[in-house]
Design a protein around this ligand. Structure first.
Ligand code: NAD
Ligand code: UD1
Length: 341
């Protein structure tokens, strides 16, 4: 059993990961400034698991908040906190560099003060940009098309430099593909503020009547049906991937290469129309959509080669597209307006 410090633990992926950490017997402290989350998510995690979660409302850019939260020297850190909206990052790049890059820098400094040497970091498939080859392996060229993606690349570089200078620092960079779905209870899930940017929450808001129809961005890609293809991964599988990374980092310590970049995906690509079909089946009626122009910056197809995660972390995704749609719908149906009543 380890004590894990989770930044951004009230958010979508963070709340599911906290739940799975608790179920695996770990102890958890969360730091979150609640800029894109509700403390209700943690209350529900406590209710679902029957276990305590220590919560510090604070900012990863604040040394004081970090020192307070790290006071009892956790064994490892999972760093989710950051901003993630690609379009917003084009409008407000400095806010992205501040929250994401500066936040990670302050966190690494605070970890050094607290003597904590293990970090699992939320990277993204966005670091591969438009890939040359599919499925995407971790040694594919790194490049990206927007400020959000550049913050992830800068942070990966920062971790590479920090680990080269400090042989005791162990960093695992998990490159997520497209996280969707919710806890099967429907009690915790994704609660985007404003109109969703991502496909699955948009589809679910159409299903629940908050939006008229889905705009499918592009019907002329060189894919199976002309629409974009992505590697959707159930958030519960993703959460288990983090626990596998923590278990491995604690067990192997010096034997683990550092930093270590690992894809978390299923290895399977689904088109937008396949998602609409699966979501319609989960909801029980045909969901309306219209094909419109491509969204600038979108790749035709992106999906992972997940073999490294299996070999090194002993982890693989188990849940399929039907479970992803079923659980996303259960969450949306039970919480049509997310965490706000
Ligand atoms: P989220 O917005 O739900 O969670 C992020 C959390 O961090 C929120 O609870 C927010 O309140 C908190 N936060 C933000 N800035 C903070 C700060 N300065 N100090 C303290 N807390 C702060 O997003 P998510 O989908 O759960 O994503 C978690 C991480 O995974 C992010 O780093 C994101 O870039 C990365 N990621 C997400 C996806 C995705 O599709 N959801 C894909 C790849 C990578
Ligand atoms: C987006 C981000 C990426 C981030 C990822 C996960 C962009 C350019 N990229 O990727 O950096 O890591 O989310 O958070 O924003 N689609 C529609 N209609 C919609 C929404 C999406 O047709 O209303 C299509 C998209 O064109 C794409 C697929 O659905 O083909 C998935 O889109 P989305 O959920 O936004 O994820 P990504 O584009 O993969």
């Amino acid at each position: 059993m380890a004590h894990v410090f989770v930044t951004g633990g009230a958010g979508f992926i963070g709340s599911h990961t906290v739940l799975v950490l608790l179920e695996a017997g770990h102890r958890v402290t969360v730091l979150d400034n609640l800029c894109n989350a509700s403390e209700a998510a943690l209350e529900r995690v406590r209710a679902l698991t029957g276990k305590p979660v220590a919560f510090v409302q604070g900012d990863v850019r604040s040394p004081q908040d970090l020192d307070r939260a790290l006071a009892d020297r956790p064994d490892a850190v999972i760093h989710f906190a950051g901003l993630k909206a690609v379009g917003e990052s084009v409008e407000k790049p400095l806010a992205y560099y501040d929250n994401n890059v500066n936040g990670t820098l302050r966190l690494l400094e605070a970890m050094a003060r607290a003597g904590c040497k293990r970090m699992v970091f939320s990277s993204s498939a966005t670091v591969y940009g438009e890939p040359d080859a599919l499925p995407i392996r971790e040694d594919a060229p790194l490049r990206t098309t927007n400020p959000y993606g550049r913050t992830k690349l800068v942070i990966e570089d920062m971790l590479r430099d920090a680990a080269a200078a400090d042989k005791n620092l162990r960093a695992v960079m998990l490159r997520y593909f497209n996280p969707v779905g919710a806890h099967p209870s429907g009690q915790i899930g994704e609660d985007p503020r404003g109109a969703p940017n991502n496909l699955m929450p948009y589809v679910m808001q159409v299903a629940v009547g908050r939006r008229d129809k889905l705009s499918v961005f592009g019907g002329d890609y060189p894919t199976k049906d002309g629409t974009g293809v992505r590697d959707y991964i159930h958030v519960m599988d993703l959460a288990r991937g983090h626990v596998a990374a923590i278990d491995r980092i604690v067990a192997l310590n010096d034997a683990l290469p550092s930093p270590f970049a690992v894809n978390l995906g299923t290895g399977r690509g689904y088109s937008v129309l396949e998602i609409v079909k699966a979501a319609s089946a989960a909801v029980g009626r045909a969901l309306p959509y219209a094909i419109v122009a491509r969204r600038p910056g979108d790749a035709a197809a992106v999906y992972a080669d997940p073999t490294l995660a299996k070999a090194q972390l002993g982890w693989e995704a188990k849940l399929g597209i039907d479970e992803m749609c079923r659980d996303a719908w259960k969450w949306q149906q039970q919480n049509p307006n997310g965490y706000s009543a």
